[in-house]
Design a protein around this ligand. Structure first.
Ligand code: SF4
Ligand code: SF4
Ligand code: SF4
Ligand SMILES: [Zn+2]
Length: 542
C-alpha cells in the first residue's frame, strides 16, 4: 500500500491505491466484514468490492426494513442509498414514493437461507464490529494521520487567521472537530442554526460540545423562517435562499464581530453528492469573503467516518439511528423522499406542521392541485420566477448627452442612498422640503436624486460606461426588492454591509468602494430576492 499523503490526495494521481480506498468498500467473505482496503489483514484472503460506500443499519431502521421485507433481518446490516446489504451482497433495494413510502423493488432475501440463525442475534453484530474495527485499524490510523498533518499544515499556512470548526450537528463535522482538536487543541465550534433543525440536533450539539470541552457558538438568523417563506416563497431545490439567509448570514454576522480573517475547518465530503464530487480541499468560499475553508475529510467515505466514530467511541447525532443519511434541516427541499418518510413516521407533528404550511401556500398561490403539489413533492422543484413588474422606467433625455434618468413609480426612499454608496462618496444636502443627494462626484459619473422625488439621474462623463450602468441598475433593483434578509452580508470583505433597525445599510467608513457587492460575478450571493423571489420589481430597459 502506497503511503497516504496530502500531496497524493490532492493530485489524485494515485488512483490505484487511493481511489480504491475512498471510492469503494470491500468485503471479506471469510471474516464476514467490510474493509477499507482491498486485502484482509485478519485472514489474508482475497476480498471483493462490495459497494461504493456503506453505512451501518441501526436497530430502529432495521425494524422499519423488517416491516418492509415482511421478515426478520440479520443484525450486521449495511446500506448505501436505497440498497441494503448483508455479508457483502445486496439483500434488497427499495424505492420511496412521496405519498406511499418505501417499497422493495429488488428482492434477494432468499440469500438469507444460506445462513445459520446466529446472524439474527445482537451478539453477532457486536462480534463482527469488533473484528471489523480490528481489521481496519491500521489503514484508518494512516488516513487519520494524513488528516491531522493536513490540519496542522493549513493552520501553519494561515496562521494569521482565527480558527473555527463549522459544526452542523452531523457526523462529518463531529469527526472534523475531534481531528482539529487533536491536531491543534480546542477550537470553537460555530453552529449556523437555521432554526429548522431537528430537536435532536440541538440537544446533540450542546451535549457534544460539553462532553468534548468545546466552546459552542450558536448563530441564528434574525428573520423567522416561515415569515421569509411568506416573503420569498418556500425554498426549492434550485431556490435555496435559506442557505444564504438562515445559515450564511448569521455566520457572516459572527465573523464581522472580529477584525481578523477566518480559517474554518469543515466536514464536507466529496462523496456526499455529485455536486460536491469536484470540491477542492482548501477554498475561498464566495459567500464568506473573510473565510478560507479547509476540509480535512473531503476524500473520506461515509464508511470511513463511521469506522472513526466507533473506533474512538464518538457520540453521534441519534437521528442516524432512525436511518437518516444526512441530518440537515427538517424542511429541506433537498431531502430525499425516504428522509421525508422517516420524518413523517418518526416525527409526525413536525412533518404535519410543514405540510400544512405548504398546503396553505399552494392554495393561496392558486396551484391547480394543491394536495398533489405538496404530497407528491412538486414544491421542491419550483423554478426561479420570471414574473416582473416594471416600476422604474429608463429614459434617455437627450441623444447629445450620456445622461440616463430613472423614473420611479413611487417616491424615492432614503434607503436608496445606501445602495449607491459603492459608487462613491455621498453628499446629502438638506433643503427645507426635501433632501438632495449626490453620489460619486469624483467618478466618471455622477448620480443625483432627491428623497421623496421620483427621478434619479446618472450623468456619465466617460464613454465606456456600459458596465457601470449595469451595476448601478442592479443596485437600484436590489433597492426595489430588498427584504432586509441580510443574505448579502458575506459578499463584503470589510463587513461594511449590515441590516440596521430593519434597513439595509453600508458603513461609509468601512466601504472601500471595491464594487464586489455590485458585480455580476457575485450576484448569486449578492442578493437573495433578485435571485430567488418569484416576483421582481424591475427597471424597464427598452
Ligand atoms: S433547508 Fe436545505 S437548503 Fe435550506 S438552509 Fe437548510 S440545508 Fe440549506
Ligand atoms: S463589497 Fe465593497 S463596495 Fe460593497 S459595501 Fe463592501 S466594501 Fe463597499
Ligand atoms: S440586498 Fe438582497 S440579499 Fe441584501 S438584504 Fe436586501 S434582499 Fe437581502
Ligand atoms: Zn478476512
Amino acid at each position: 500500500m502506497a503511503q497516504i499523503t496530502a500531496e497524493n490526495l490532492e493530485k489524485g494521481e494515485n488512483k490505484t491505491d487511493f481511489s480504491q480506498i475512498f471510492d469503494s468498500v470491500f468485503w471479506c467473505t471469510a471474516c464476514e466484514i467490510p474493509l477499507l482496503a482491498p486485502e484482509c489483514p485478519i485472514c489474508l484472503s482475497k476480498v471483493r468490492r462490495c459497494a461504493r460506500d456503506l453505512k451501518p443499519v441501526f436497530a430502529k431502521e432495521r425494524t422499519l426494513f423488517e416491516s418492509l421485507a415482511g421478515t426478520t433481518l440479520p443484525t450486521f446490516l449495511f446500506a448505501n442509498k436505497n440498497h441494503v446489504y448483508f455479508n457483502g451482497k445486496t439483500l434488497f433495494s427499495f424505492t420511496t414514493d412521496p405519498r406511499e413510502g418505501p417499497r422493495i423493488v429488488l428482492n434477494k432475501l432468499q440469500r438469507l437461507h444460506n445462513y445459520e440463525s446466529h446472524i439474527y442475534q445482537e451478539h453477532y453484530a457486536q462480534q463482527q464490529w469488533k473484528l471489523c474495527l480490528e481489521a481496519n485499524q491500521q489503514i484508518l490510523e494512516k488516513i487519520e494521520r494524513e488528516a491531522l498533518d493536513f490540519i496542522q499544515a493549513e493552520a501553519n499556512r494561515f496562521s494569521d487567521r482565527r480558527r473555527v470548526v463549522a459544526f452542523s450537528g452531523g457526523k462529518d463535522s463531529a469527526v472534523t472537530a475531534l481531528l482539529v482538536q487533536q491536531a491543534l487543541g480546542t477550537v470553537p465550534l460555530l453552529f449556523g442554526d437555521t432554526t429548522i433543525e431537528f430537536p435532536e440536533t440541538y440537544e446533540y450539539a450542546q451535549r457534544f460540545a460539553i462532553a468534548n470541552g468545546f466552546d459552542l457558538f450558536v448563530e441564528k438568523p434574525d428573520a423567522d423562517f416561515l415569515e421569509l417563506c411568506d416573503e420569498l416563497d418556500p425554498p426549492s431545490r434550485v431556490m435555496r435562499w435559506c442557505c444564504t439567509v438562515c445559515k450564511s448570514r448569521p455566520i457572516n454576522k459572527f465573523y464581522n464581530r472580529f477584525a481578523t480573517k477566518i480559517l474554518s475547518f469543515d466536514g464536507i465530503r466529496r462523496m456526499e453528492s455529485s455536486r460536491r464530487a469536484e470540491y477542492p480541499r482548501v477554498v475561498h468560499v464566495q459567500k464568506f469573503s473573510r473565510q478560507v475553508s479547509a476540509r480535512p475529510i473531503v476524500s473520506w467515505s461515509s464508511f470511513t467516518v463511521w469506522l472513526y466514530i466507533f473506533q474512538h467511541h464518538v457520540d453521534y447525532n441519534p437521528l442516524y439511528e432512525y436511518g437518516y443519511s444526512r441530518v440537515g434541516c427538517m424542511y429541506c427541499p433537498s431531502n430525499t423522499p425516504y428522509n421525508d418518510y422517516l420524518t413523517k413516521t418518526n416525527f409526525p407533528e413536525l412533518y404535519d406542521g410543514w405540510t400544512q404550511y405548504l398546503l396553505d401556500y399552494a392554495s393561496k398561490t392558486g396551484k391547480q392541485d394543491p394536495e398533489g403539489y405538496v404530497l407528491d413533492g412538486f414544491w421542491k422543484s419550483r423554478k426561479i420566477g420570471k414574473d416582473r413588474t416594471y416600476v422604474v422606467d429608463r429614459i434617455k433625455p437627450c441623444e447629445q448627452t450620456d445622461e440616463v434618468v430613472y423614473s420611479f413609480a413611487s417616491p424615492i426612499q432614503k434607503e436608496l442612498i445606501e445602495f449607491l454608496k459603492p459608487f462613491g462618496s455621498v453628499s446629502v444636502i438638506d433643503l427645507p422640503d426635501s433632501s438632495c443627494f449626490v453620489v460619486g462626484s469624483h467618478n466618471p459619473f455622477v448620480i443625483t436624486g432627491s428623497i421623496g422625488d421620483t427621478q434619479l439621474s446618472v450623468s456619465f462623463t466617460a464613454s465606456h460606461h456600459h458596465l457601470t450602468k449595469l451595476r448601478i441598475e442592479k443596485q437600484i433593483e436590489k433597492y426595489l426588492n430588498c427584504v432586509q434578509c441580510g443574505g448579502c452580508l458575506g459578499v463584503c470583505p470589510t463587513g461594511a454591509i449590515s441590516i440596521r433597525n430593519g434597513s439595509y445599510h453600508i458603513d461609509d467608513g468601512l466601504c472601500t468602494r471595491c464594487g464586489r457587492c455590485t458585480t455580476t460575478k457575485y450576484l448569486k450571493e449578492g442578493c437573495v430576492t433578485l435571485n430567488f423571489s418569484a416576483k421582481k420589481r424591475a427597471i424597464r430597459r427598452e
